[in-house]
Ligand binder design. Structure first.
Ligand SMILES: [Zn+2]
Length: 155
């Protein structure tokens, strides 16, 4: 990817990314809690939805390194995606419905997050997302290929 392509990819992320980490050197050294491959087919709003879900799902995440076809392209932060007010280790935007769903599926585990990974069923797609619970009726959906496949427990 050349610099122009990198800027194009970054432009698609709009206000979701840290404007102080845009050049290659900064990206190479960037510290983050997790890497996240962004589906190139997604628009800004859809990327915002995915990141919002990711931050809601794992309260420990504060910085996520965005990958485009395996290359580091930007860093997104909880504050930029979820708004201000997020304190370290505290999911300020976790919806009540989300917590209820987790409790109903994993009784007795409400105090501990388990992060489940889902992958697009299309092997070439590479879209990955995370959820804190497994419910066959609420399986994550790839924007291009439909329902995603459970790919294991991360944490
Ligand atoms: Zn897909």
């Amino acid at each position: 990817m050349d610099d122009e392509a990198l800027r194009d990819v970054q432009a698609r992320f709009g206000g979701l990314i840290d404007q102080e980490v845009l050049d290659r050197d900064g990206l190479a050294e960037a510290a983050a809690d997790r890497e996240f491959e962004v589906d190139p087919a997604l628009g800004t709003d859809e990327v915002a939805d995915e990141l919002s879900r990711l931050f809601r799902t794992d309260a420990r995440l504060n910085r996520v390194l965005l990958l485009h076809e395996g290359e580091r392209v930007a860093v997104s932060t909880r504050a930029l995606v979820c708004g201000t007010g997020a304190e370290p280790g505290r999911p300020a935007t976790a919806g009540a419905g989300f917590a209820t769903a987790e409790r109903s599926v994993l009784p007795g585990r409400s105090t501990r997050y388990r992060l489940l990974r889902f992958q697009c069923a299309d092997g070439m797609c590479g879209t990955t997302t995370y959820a804190s619970f497994y419910d066959d009726r609420l399986r994550p959906v790839c924007g291009s290929h439909g329902e995603m496949t459970f790919a294991g427990v991360v944490a």
